[in-house]
Ligand binder design. Structure first.
Ligand code: PLP
Length: 397
């Protein structure tokens, strides 16, 4: 037998392993120092109480023959899809319940959606990039091309008419840069996709962090229903990183090559996915109730305040960054033209603060650094104080 040799094309990414190793070595050498981690992409606040109650009730249902549930529907229960559709309506976007597929999170859908497309398709990602888009498509043997997100375009790569792509991944608010596309910019991508007969896979995992009039869904922009699939997640919206639930929207009219993409995805999910458990779907639906939305907003506000604390400090220091507003990530230029690993070491050694070196997210991450707002408030304040003390005397930022 032969293994899938496309795995040979994966670029070894030791980013988080190296971050952990260096952090552990520092901790062992300096047991007296309290290390603060602002690199984490996981949430730290618990689930909203009303969501936990719904999950408990869902578990109770499983205890009795009359209310027991077996295999769920592949595309999710109707009441969850209606709840998601109602959520879209709140920000003025019309998505029918039967266009929504409930999933176990956005990561699997990001990686699995290309199953419905040919291996010959060229995939375009923006650089820096959430690595799942790249690795999942390399495993399938697809060619990847990169659109450059950089300081000149405020880390919002735009389409290049001279480049031909078939599958386009866009992520807004972006991980790792926190940058957010405007409706006008998304329209340019939609027009490019239409001209190239391409499909946009739009990752809206961080839409709940948007607080101005930036689009929270690509379907808020004209033309998207003819060229886009949207993925979303309850992980950061409602703390479901461990609970696992998300959703993907495929408009009914979306076709390529004479085929309905909705029908192809249904077929794919029916073959390889057996749905999300009853208690988790009960919990997910409750997220979108009035009280659920109020409770999750408290957590979102907590993270947003952390982001403000970090970005205010960078403003004071005069350091260039993107994100922090409408996004949980802050993407900063390393001071004094340090490399991103150099700055990682500098911050760890001198302030005992851990962040994520930008080069782990692609070529354009070199010289950049990601901080997140998902930490504990007191620790975030402490870390920011240490960063300010350390960097305020550094020349030429
Ligand atoms: N998409 C982006 C851009 C992410 O940053 C993440 C998680 O970090 C995901 C998707 C994965 O989300 P989920 O937890 O729903 O699988």
């Amino acid at each position: 037998m032969k293994v899938n040799r496309n795995f040979d094309n994966l670029v070894p990414n030791y980013l988080f392993a190296d971050v952990a190793r260096k952090t552990n070595e520092f901790a062992a050498a300096h047991p007296e120092k309290e290390i603060i981690k602002l690199g984490i992409g996981d949430v730290t606040l618990p689930l909203a109480p009303i969501v936990v109650e719904a999950m408990k009730k869902g578990c109770e249902d499983l205890k009795y023959k009359e209310t027991f549930k077996g295999y769920p529907e592949y595309e999710g229960y109707d009441f969850v899809r209606e709840a998601v559709s109602g959520y879209y309506k709140r920000f003025g976007v019309s998505v029918a319940p039967d266009e929504i597929f409930v999933s176990d999170g956005a990561k699997s859908d990001c990686g699995n959606l290309p199953d419905i497309f040919s291996q010959d398709n060229t995939v375009l990602v923006t650089d820096p990039v959430y690595p799942v888009y790249v690795d999942a498509n390399l495993m399938a043997g697809r060619k990847i091309i990169y659109a450059s997100s950089n300081r000149d375009n405020h880390f919002l790569a735009m389409p290049d008419e001279s480049v031909k792509a078939d599958i386009i991944y866009l992520c807004s608010p972006n991980n790792p840069t926190g940058a957010v596309y405007s409706a006008e910019q998304l329209k340019e991508w939609i027009d490019y996709a239409a001209d190239n007969n391409a499909i946009i896979l739009y990752d809206a995992a961080y839409e709940a962090f948007i607080e101005d009039d930036s689009p929270r869904s690509i379907f808020a922009v004209e033309g998207a229903r003819e060229c886009a699939i949207e993925l979303c997640s309850l992980s950061k919206t409602a703390g479901f990183t461990g609970t696992r639930c998300g959703y993907t929207v495929i408009p009914k009219e979306l076709k390529r090559d004479g085929h309905s993409l909705h029908a192809l995805w249904y077929r794919r999910q029916a073959t390889k996915f057996n749905g999300v458990s009853w208690p988790v779907q009960c919990a997910a639906a409750e997220v979108f109730s009035n009280e659920g939305l109020r409770q999750i907003q408290e957590n979102l506000n907590y993270y947003k305040k952390n982001a403000k604390i970090i970005s205010n400090a960078l403003d004071e220091l005069g350091i260039y960054y993107t994100g922090g507003k409408n996004a949980p990530y802050i993407w900063l230029k390393c001071p004094n033209n340090m490399g991103s690993w150099e700055f990682f070491d500098y911050l760890l050694q001198n302030a005992a603060v851990v962040g994520t070196p930008g080069e782990g997210f692609g070529e354009n991450g070199k010289g950049y650094f990601r901080l997140t707002s998902f930490g504990d408030r007191d620790k975030t304040v402490d870390a920011v104080g240490r960063i300010k003390n350390l960097l305020q005397n550094i020349v030429s930022i």
